[in-house]
Design a protein around this ligand. Structure first.
Ligand code: NI
Length: 260
């Protein structure tokens, strides 16, 4: 069974001691690709380095809304330069986070717009983070022509139709396995299967039954299994379709074809 973790942060510190072993486990459970997502210039550089080192790892380069205040012309120029690497498949993560507000909201909106423009210029999709900012995120995306994913989708079943009508894809992660997340399981049930990616957002958002511990790409199987259960669909089908979707959105080359 082929699966892709469409959103990982393997460059983060919690993996410093055993990154190799974590990546090996991901291969052992059948992951055919991991997209490692940059959150700062340093993290974007590290993502590209990981993609260079491992054939099945790809990179997105971008600056997270938490760090939006660091986005200036020099930062955008470096992202543009990093994005020339053939294994860079997206710009992100970018977006808006009004929950933690670690950068001023005006700076977040400007950095988001700047990265949307960069993605359009480069013809790359965008990985979008949206937390307690869904109205502003959707408004920004409506004024923009490109494609992308709303990662760790948290805008609820009530906005799903609107997001689908905009032509967007969503990513589901560990929280879909949490006992109280009825809304996310409704999203998992209703989302068209050609518009869904699965992801871990590791080291965060660890799915059940590992909640409380560190997350890692191998656990994307638990996310896919929960989606399959919510839909009453075979896990193999959810795996195959989400893998196809991830390949299509990010233009991932050279993954092996399998029959299931
Ligand atoms: Ni993330």
């Amino acid at each position: 069974m082929d699966l892709i973790d469409s959103h990982a942060h393997l460059d983060f510190r919690p993996f410093n001691r055993d990154r190799e072993a974590v990546i090996r486990r991901a291969r052992e459970v059948g992951l055919v690709a991991i997209v490692n997502i940059g959150t700062s210039l340093a993290s974007s550089r590290a993502s590209v380095a990981l993609a260079q080192r491992y054939d099945f790892i790809y990179a997105a380069v971008g600056i997270h809304p938490h760090d939006a205040k660091t986005v200036d012309q020099a930062a955008l120029d470096e992202l543009r330069e990093l994005a020339r690497h053939p294994k860079v498949v997206a710009i992100g993560e970018t977006g808006l986070d009004y929950y933690r507000d670690l950068s001023p909201r005006a700076a977040q909106r400007r950095a988001f717009q700047d990265q949307l423009e960069l993605a359009a210029e480069l013809g790359l999709p965008v990985v979008v983070h949206s937390r307690d900012a869904h109205a502003d995120v959707l408004a920004a995306l409506k004024g923009w022509e490109g494609a992308g994913v709303l990662h760790t989708y948290a805008a609820g079943p009530e906005r799903l139709d609107e997001v689908m009508a905009m032509g967007w894809t969503i990513g589901l992660s560990g929280p879909v396995t949490y006992g109280r997340a009825k809304g996310l399981r409704e999203v998992a049930r209703r989302v068209p299967l050609d518009r869904l990616l699965v992801e871990t957002d590791c080291p965060y958002l660890t799915p059940e039954p590992h909640r409380g511990g560190r997350n890692e790409p191998a656990y994307v199987t638990l996310v896919a299994a929960q989606v399959a259960e919510a839909r009453g669909a075979p896990l193999a089908e959810v795996a195959r379709r989400t893998t196809e979707n991830t390949r299509r959105l990010f233009g991932l080359p050279g993954l092996r074809q399998t029959v299931d």
